[in-house]
Write a protein that binds this ligand. Structure first.
Ligand code: NIG
Length: 403
């Protein structure tokens, strides 16, 4: 297939240019200012529309049951996210709903969300467990993620979020996670990233260290939710243990962000969370300017970020994080792919997997300008078109031609 006359945004932060891209099988074969169709090749006329790599959403909790609509009302009345959690709501209310759901029910709900994400341009996504808080229910979540991914055209990466909260009904909960849940997850899902939430009323710094030291001995890469509301030392722990990423960072000091920027650990920023909860955002400019490995993600979850829209994440990154549109695109394509361990995607270059988005827009800045729409015209995964939105004109012409 030849995608002709597109505005090409490669995903590595370099400026856009007008050109064409050839796909052969599952891969990008070549890019150039003026490629001509080969005999028998299908041609997609882009007409100057923006072509970019499929989004890689590297931090989501998109597998959940129930909803948290009541919390919106509580927060409107002035209750904070942490107060709701301390009162047994928040994450713990989603835990109750997940425990009541079967693996199949969870997989069915997740599959619906995966297709919705795909239509919004996300072709690779990370999905965390973390609403089980017991060995049985964490395994159920991880199996549901595996089941939902079967036959789904995009790529799903599971993360074992074993330290998301403390089950108040289980004395010695952290001990149970380390000595029972972690080994069970290791036996069935070796090599998955292990994650935790270092926060008041969730995992303490000491709890995180305990879980992470054992997980690392078992060969699991680490990721950590840290400095979301309170700076407890999680960022420093993640650096010390060589974690893949520290996620959130809304409460991090400039010094901590600069130190993180000088390490190999990615910083994952989640601006929908600040938008939905309390208007606080991480200092992205400080981290980026210090040379940090910056990733943007949706954090899709029922409590702090009820959205899976990467275009919305980019729009917030421009307004609230002070990033340029090209920096924001790189943070959710090339950089996010590398965080998830993929070297074959997130970039438009020969040999890369052809996970591509064609937008309706002819200027990539519209991706950060427009709010609340879905700018995606076509989604291509491994060289195959999996979603195509017919324009109104196209649809009317098709209707007229059939009488
Ligand atoms: O990254 N903060 C911890 N975990 C999620 C929220 C999960 C929830 O509230 O259900 C987050 O914001």
């Amino acid at each position: 297939m030849l995608i002709r006359d597109a505005r090409i945004v490669t995903g590595d932060g370099s400026p856009a240019y007008r050109g064409s891209l050839r796909v052969e099988g599952e891969r990008i074969a070549e890019l150039g200012p003026s490629l001509t169709p080969q005999p028998g090749e299908s041609v997609l006329e882009a007409g100057g529309r923006v072509l970019l790599p499929g989004f890689v959403d590297a931090h989501t909790h998109a597998l959940f049951a129930g909803d948290r609509l009541d919390e919106l009302e509580l927060r409107r009345q002035g209750k904070s996210y942490l107060e709701i959690l301390a009162a047994g709501g928040g994450i713990l209310s989603t835990v109750r709903a997940v425990r009541q759901s079967s693996e199949r029910e969870l997989a069915d709900r997740l599959r619906e969300r995966l297709y919705w994400m795909l239509e919004q341009g996300t072709t690779s996504m990370e999905i965390k467990s973390g609403y089980g808080l017991s060995t049985r229910d964490e395994l159920k979540m991880l199996r549901a993620i595996q089941r939902a991914a079967e036959g789904f055209p995009g790529t799903v990466v599971a993360t074992a979020l074993l330290g998301h909260a403390i089950d108040p009904a289980v004395p010695g909960f952290v001990e149970q996670v380390v000595s029972e849940t972690l080994p069970a997850v290791h036996a069935e899902f070796p090599g998955l990233c292990v994650d935790a939430f270092c926060e008041q009323n969730a995992f303490s710094l000491a709890d995180c260290r305990r879980l992470f030291e054992r997980a690392r001995e078992l060969g699991h890469p680490l990721r950590l939710h840290a400095d979301q509301f309170t700076s407890l030392g999680g960022l420093e722990l993640a650096r010390e243990l060589g974690a893949r990423s520290v996620d959130h960072l809304e409460a991090s000091s400039r010094e901590a962000l600069q130190a993180l920027a000088h390490s190999e650990t990615y910083g994952v920023l989640l601006p929908v969370t600040g938008f939905h909860t309390d208007g606080r955002y991480a200092d992205a400019r400080c981290f980026q300017d210090a040379g940090g490995k910056l990733v943007l993600a949706s954090n899709c979850n029922p409590g702090s970020a009820p959205s899976s829209s990467m275009p919305f994440v980019i729009a917030l990154a421009l307004r609230k994080l002070g990033l340029t549109v090209l920096e924001a695109i790189r943070a959710c394509t090339q950089s996010a792919a590398r965080l998830l361990g993929f070297s074959d995607r997130g970039l438009l270059a020969p040999g890369m997997r052809a996970d591509l988005l064609l937008l309706q827009h002819r200027d990539e800045r519209l991706l950060g300008y427009e709010l609340g729409g879905n700018p995606v015209q076509s989604v291509i995964v491994a060289g195959a078109t999996v979603f195509h939105r017919r324009e109104l004109g196209e649809a009317l012409a098709a209707r007229d031609s059939t009488g």
